[in-house]
Structures are given as structure tokens and as C-alpha cells.
Design a binder for this molecule. Sequence first.
Ligand code: 7PJ
Length: 297
Amino acid sequence: MSFTQKRCRISASFLFRTVSNLHPIYQNLGSASPAKYPLIMGILNITPDSFSDGSHYNTLEQAERRALSMIDSGVDIIDIGGESTRPGAASVGEQEEIDRVVPIIERIRGCGVNISIDTSKAAVMKAAVEAGANMINDVRALQLDGALQTAAELEVPICLMHMQGKPRQMQQAPYYKDVVAEVLSFLQQRVKACENAGIGKQLISIDPGFGFGKTFEHNLMMLAHIERFAAFGLPVLAGLSRKSMLGEIAGKPVNQRLSSSLAVALVAMQKGARIIRVHDVEETSDIRKVYMALHNA
Ligand code: 7PJ
């Protein structure tokens, strides 16, 4: 019996709390009406550089511990990624990506938490959903070969993200006349493409893609006007956690961006973002309590 299975078995009340808290909200996730409160999506990267010691078994153990710690902290969705999309990152083969993500999905499914697969590859989407993932997060908005068709067949919620260019060169010379209008127009076109492929609108969330082919000013403009994305009527996902725009604002390296990440998480919530993608789940969960207290006052 794996660590997670043991853990889930011994802590039935924890499991019940998680399921009863999450499921109705998850139903709300894809609907045109905004979720009752913002969902927290916790980042779980399974790339060779994500965990220090590198061995496959230890990586899996550490990933599992991190997942459980996020669940304890109130995470709604765990976003599992086996491909690094950081600027300049090397691409990874289909089978290798599957081999990275499927074992951890198999370990944490059944813990009452939603599992999102952060991938652009159709084969990885299929393998991950078959293993227990129940959401797709695609930074390429289902534009790679077979992705749209596969996502339609899988019938799970999907996050469509905007990116200008490709990860290798996207930060070289990002250019927009009106970043908010252009990003929104792209996302609207991808929503239409999904609908034409038979994907119900109720399954779709949209994401302006902070840091993906955008300058500092573009990112700031998108955050300042994130309510314009929300006004389209689909849930908006915002991924700002520890990103370089925060480094520029606060003048801090990536491991010292907690406070700035929390500040922008609260701003995004207040401006209508409905899913907040973060590294620091416990702290973001406190921020969400602040947001909810004020919202319900
Ligand atoms: C995002 C993502 C994001 C969505 C990454 C990082 C880079 N998926 N995957 N939105 N960012 N939907 O976490 O710094 O912003 S990878």
C-alpha cells in the first residue's frame, strides 16, 4: 500500500471534508456563472530539476509528499506537469512525459482532490486522464496535433492559455498593439474552435498566460485589466506565482517572491479570477480567507 493510500485510509474525515468541500465547486468550475470562491490550483512539477536528488523513486516520494501537503493546506486542484515551459527549456518526448506524470497521478487519485494535467500533447492528456486526472491545462490552448480531438473525447474541464511564440523564443521580442484585446481575441477563437470540436463551453476556462511571450508592461497591463477576461463569461485562471514580473517589481530572486505572489493573488481574486495557480498553497489559502471575509461582509 502506498504512502498516499495509507494516508487516505487513516484519515477518512479529512477525505470527507475534502470531497464535500470540493465537489460542488468543481461542478461550478466550468459553468458560465463564476465559482463561489476562487479555486486554488497547486503546482506540482515532475521534471528532473524539480526535486533535488534526481532518482526516480525519490522524486515520486517527494512529489507525493508535496501533493499531500497541498491537500492538507486546502488545495482544490493539483496541476501536474512533466514538461518545463520556462523560456529556453528543452522539449521532452511523449513517452518520457507520460512516464513522469502517470505514476504520481496513480498515487494521489482517490484522495478527493481534482487533478489537472499540464500538457500540450494529446497522448499525455489521454494517458493522464486514464490514470485519474480530471482536468487538462494546456499552455498551447489545444493547438498541437490531435489535442483538440483528444480533449473532446476525454470530456474533462480544460484550461486554454494564451502564449505568443514558442517557449524557446517567446521572450525575445513580444509585441502587441493592445495586449488585452489581442489575448482575449485569441482565447475567444480557441473557445470557438473547442465548441466546433464538440467541447461544451461549460468545460472551458481561459488564462491570459502571464509571462508567456509578454514583456513586463504587457503582464502588468493584463493584471490591471483581468476583469476584461472575466467579462467574457468563462472562469479565468491566473498564474502569477513567483513569476519574473514579481522579481522586477520587488527586486527579488525567485525564492523570495512569496509576499509579492500573495499580493497579486489577492488582486487577481478581487478582479474576478476564479482559479489561482500557485506554488504556495497554504499561504494563498489564507489570502483566500481574507478575500472571502471581505467579499461576504
Ligand atoms: C502557467 C501554466 C500559467 C497555466 C505554467 C510557471 C511556468 N499554466 N503553466 N497558466 N505557467 N494555465 O509556473 O512559472 O500561467 S509553467
